[in-house]
Design a binder for this molecule. Structure first.
Ligand code: GDP
Ligand code: CA
Length: 336
């Protein structure tokens, strides 16, 4: 069975670990393709950093820091401290010493002319994540956030000036605390899906949107020209899992992202945002947490088959149970 998953960082990776476990037990020989978000990517101190691709690679390859959920285990931050001692900005981005090796190789390889897809594949030769990890695009397309100028600058009439900052600055430095007016994926107009990305969606037996951030992880992938269309037209069932539980994100600041585009922070609002396949969207099934069981009818009324199941991935077994629910939902559609 060929399964394709559109993933961000932590939520996506935790789900993928569970999916691997579930497939080993129930469908050995299945293959997972991950389409990874590269809208978070950033140049830091001359290094090309791909946070979501690395979170998937390290989590599935056994190198992730379990405590932080990003970056390497047993990490030290000597280089970061040394850079700060020179007074070099940015100081808010956590580049660990071990992690830097990954970014050095990536940067050198990109500068030698390899594509991000090729470089990712090469890095995965060390980590053996057990999935085919495809960047959503080999072209640079980075999420920026339009905010009121953080220095408080105003126009002559007193209205705050607006400026666009990189997503990482908004998310990490400001903890998504600066009210965002808009997200702009700079470069997306000319970005093309990475090689095999469209085929991975249209030729899959099952497509899963794991509980990743619906705006700045999955939403970013969907903006790459051609990807949303491929999802709408794939013959494979498309199953989504809500990252919003009981009216709040499980971790992170997805509520600030949803607010920015005028959506409520509810499981039902995210389902409506992806939309039912019957009405130009792409969701066949929406799995939301048992805490949101009261919203099942509202989502069903949108034309999406909805179910309430435990979605808290507290450990790998819980994530595997959630993945089994996705497989079962896919089976029921495939038979229908
Ligand atoms: P990021 O790129 O590291 O921010 O990670 P993702 O975009 O892949 O996932 C972030 C989203 O995962 C957040 O909106 C969280 O609410 C959601 N999330 C994290 N852990 C869980 C969980 O155990 N269950 C559910 N349902 N959602 C989760
Ligand atoms: Ca991310």
């Amino acid at each position: 069975m060929q399964i394709t998953v559109l993933a961000g960082g932590i939520g996506g990776s935790r789900f993928l670990r569970g999916l691997q476990r579930a497939l080993e037990q129930h469908r050995p020989g299945s293959e997972i393709t991950v389409i990874g978000n590269t809208g978070d990517d950033i140049w830091i101190h001359g290094l090309r950093v791909c946070p979501d691709l690395d979170t998937v690679m390290y989590t599935l390859g056994g190198g992730i820091s379990a405590e932080r959920g990003w970056g390497r285990e047993n990490e030290t931050f000597t280089v970061k401290d040394e850079l700060a001692a020179y007074g070099v900005e940015p100081t808010w981005f956590g580049l660990g010493d071990r992690d830097i090796a990954t970014h050095l190789i990536r940067t050198q390889s990109l500068q030698a002319g390899y594509t991000l897809s090729q470089v990712t594949q090469a890095l995965c030769e060390r980590w053996q994540p057990g999935v085919r990890l495809l960047p959503m695009s080999d072209d640079r397309a980075e999420t920026h956030v339009v905010v009121d100028d953080p220095t408080g600058a105003t126009a002559p009439d007193g209205t705050p000036l607006r400026t666009a900052i990189h997503f990482q600055e908004w998310w990490i430095r400001y903890r998504a605390g600066l009210p965002a007016h808009e997200f702009i994926l700079v470069g997306v107009d000319t970005a093309r899906p990475g090689p095999d990305v469209i085929a991975a969606i249209s030729e899959a037996d099952l497509v899963i949107l794991p509980p990743s951030n619906p705006i700045v992880s999955v939403g970013t992938i969907l903006q790459v020209p051609g990807i949303a269309e491929a999802l709408r037209s794939t013959p494979a069932p498309v199953i989504g899992v809500s990252p919003i539980v009981g009216g709040a994100p499980v971790r992170g600041m997805a509520d600030a992202c949803l607010r920015t585009i005028g959506l409520e922070t509810t499981a039902a609002a995210v389902a409506g945002h992806y939309g039912p396949r019957s009405e130009g969207g792409f969701l066949d099934v929406w799995l939301m947490d048992t805490a949101d069981v009261d919203a099942v009818d509202a989502v069903t009324a949108l034309g999406i088959s909805a179910r309430a199941v435990p979605t808290m991935m507290t450990d790998i077994d819980a994530a595997a149970d959630l993945a089994r629910e996705c497989l079962a939902a896919g089976d029921s559609l495939a038979r229908a």
